[in-house]
Design a binder for this molecule. Structure first.
Ligand code: NAP
Length: 458
């Protein structure tokens, strides 16, 4: 049974519970989404772009209120919550400005006809299944390009963030989007499966765990529905050398600890060449030890609680298992006493391929550090993960770093930066990190009918 309720992870305080849909309501939202599509698909591109621009303006105007909601819902430090609202605003604005151009028709070689053109057309109602870790940003990545295209959306958000889910819908309506073009649904897992199976729904996009992705993809496959999956990651952060180790370590700390370590594309594995290893590790330990988790609503806080008590228990179990299996704790590893789902920032080493910690995603402020003898060994280790979301290479020698970045089996490779996301850049992974891309032109290329129209004289 799915319960939609906020539980503040910094205090354990429970918020309002939101009822899940009943059977009749599921039937109703499906009907509404289809009839909404028949109307929305016939609006002009200019009308859709204007609605997205208004949505962006409302996010900007309500930024403080929106940031506060997610800080109390999932514990995101308030400065990061404001940054999330800002990038979400930028995504709506980007599609408002660029969306019309991305839908231009493409004229082909007529090849014997009078006219041969590819149009980009919507396909119908879509289902989005979204996670709690970036409540606004994840929805913006999916909703902005698809609303611009003319698709309609049923959005099932994580059960732990019903307030942000509700306010997203409210803002769309405030921005003038027809009520049935975007419908927030408090649905159970079984209802999600029924919705995917319904003939009116044309596709599903899930951001979340491998388990949820596999379940949704299985239902989608059985019902021949297009699916996009944005799943987990265990991103490598490869240090080849450094002219400024303090700066590299500062980026490593941010790469691992931002969003309290609960980012799919967090730097989860530090892979460091032997000659700089000791320096890197000493500085990284000091950097982690200088950070104390605190109240997410305090602007000084850089590390909040984990999203829930369950998330904390799961992560502590993973750390304990790693230690039992032979890993060494360089720093941290313990729960912080008191209320709230707080854990010390943690660094592990001596993790070997036979241990669970080698292959599992550690979703919190816990990283594993590996020492390697060569850049080739770094690439082999990086690519030994079943995930392939993103990875970064750090070096003063850009040629060498570019070459290593090119060898990573990931959807996004960076040199001397980690985890950059911007509205115009593609986001997505390979291997068990999922398939499909969001953002930029790529985000408009998933749930689209690239429709050929050839016209020949009678
Ligand atoms: P999760 O448990 O998979 O939940 C994500 C969403 O899927 C929630 O709305 C959840 O609903 C729903 N869900 C769970 N099981 C389902 C099922 N069997 N059928 C249908 N829906 C189901 O993931 P999470 O723990 O919240 O999120 C963390 C994961 O997301 C991490 O692995 C992270 O790396 C990944 N992530 C990936 C990206 C990316 O872009 N690649 C971005 C962010 C996060 P309930 O809340 O009701 O269970």
């Amino acid at each position: 049974m799915t319960t939609y309720q906020t539980v503040n992870p910094a205090t354990g305080e429970k918020g309002r519970e939101f009822p899940t849909l009943n059977e009749a309501e599921v039937a109703d939202v499906l009907t509404r989404s289809q009839s909404g599509y028949e109307a929305w698909r016939h609006t002009t591109l200019e009308e859709r772009a204007e609605m997205l621009a208004t949505t962006a303006a409302l996010y900007e105007k309500r930024a403080d209120e929106l940031a506060r909601i997610i800080s109390t819902e999932m514990g995101k430090p308030i400065t990061e919550a404001l940054a999330e609202v800002e990038i979400s605003t930028a995504i709506f604005q980007w599609y408002a400005v660029n969306g019309i151009g991305l839908l231009d028709e493409e004229s082909l070689d007529v090849a014997g006809a009078d006219e041969s053109v590819v149009h980009k057309r919507p396909i119908g109602p879509l289902l989005g299944v979204m996670p709690w870790n970036f409540p606004y940003y994840q929805v913006a990545r999916f909703a902005a390009p698809n609303l611009m295209l003319g698709n309609t959306i049923l959005l099932k958000h994580a059960s732990s963030c019903p307030q942000s889910a509700s306010v997203i819908e409210e803002i769309f309506q405030q921005a003038g989007l027809p009520r049935d073009a975007y419908i927030n649904i408090f649905a159970s897992t079984d209802q999600v499966a029924d919705i995917i199976a319904d003939s009116r729904v044309q596709g599903v996009s899930l951001t979340g765990s491998e388990k949820a992705g596999a379940s949704v993809a299985e239902t989608a496959g059985r019902n021949l529905k297009k699916v996009v999956l944005e799943l987990g990651g265990s991103d490598p952060f490869i240090v080849l050398d450094s002219d400024d180790m303090a700066a590299t370590v500062s980026s490593a700390t941010k790469g691992r600890l931002s969003n309290t370590g609960q980012a799919c594309n967090g730097a989860k594995r530090f892979i460091v060449l032997a000659d700089v290893y000791d320096d890197f590790v000493a500085k990284l330990v000091a950097s982690f030890e200088a950070i104390t988790p605190g109240d997410p609503l305090d602007a000084e806080t850089v590390l909040g609680p984990l999203s829930s008590q369950t998330a904390l228990d799961d992560l502590l179990k993973q750390v304990d298992t790693a230690v039992t299996d032979g890993a060494t704790v360089l720093t941290g590893g313990k729960k912080i006493d008191g209320p709230g789902a707080f854990i010390e920032p943690t660094l592990l080493t001596d993790v070997t391929p036979d241990m669970a910690a080698y292959s599992e995603e550690l979703f919190g402020p816990v990283a594993v550090v590996y020492k390697v003898a060569s850049a080739d060994e770094a690439v082999t280790l990086a690519n030994s993960s079943a995930f392939g979301l993103s990875g970064s290479v750090w070096s003063a020698d850009l040629e060498r770093a570019r070459d290593i970045a090119d060898q990573l089996d990931v959807g996004m490779a960076f040199v001397n930066e980690h985890g950059t996301t911007l509205p115009g850049l593609p986001f997505g992974g390979v291997k068990r990190s999922g398939f499909g891309r969001e953002l930029g032109s790529w985000g408009m290329d998933e749930f689209v009918n690239k429709k050929l129209v050839r016209v020949s004289a009678a």
